[in-house]
Design a binder for this molecule. Structure first.
Ligand SMILES: [Zn+2]
Length: 84
């Protein structure tokens, strides 16, 4: 999962309107404490604002995917039952 987030951050930076075509992005991900699901993700950047936006949007996209997965399998927390 952290490795997926790394690639999403890179994708968002690559596709940002402020990123030049020649700019290349690389990253690494390693567990800091796998038992506690904590990982360290490093990604290079050219523009700090692009990088911050990419990290924010990538995290939101990953959360959306996880929520869709959870609701598809009926395990979404906080789902209301008013849609009968
Ligand atoms: Zn990778």
């Amino acid at each position: 999962m952290p490795h997926l987030l790394e690639h999403l951050i890179i994708d968002h930076q690559t596709n940002d309107a402020h990123t030049a075509a020649h700019q290349r992005f690389v990253g690494t991900t390693r567990w800091a404490d796998e038992g506690r699901q904590r990982a360290c993700i490093e990604v290079n950047f050219y523009d700090d604002l692009v990088a911050l936006r990419a990290a924010k949007d990538a995290l939101a996209a990953l959360n959306d995917m996880l929520n869709e997965h959870a609701s598809a399998y009926g395990t979404e927390r906080g789902a209301d039952d008013s849609s009968s």
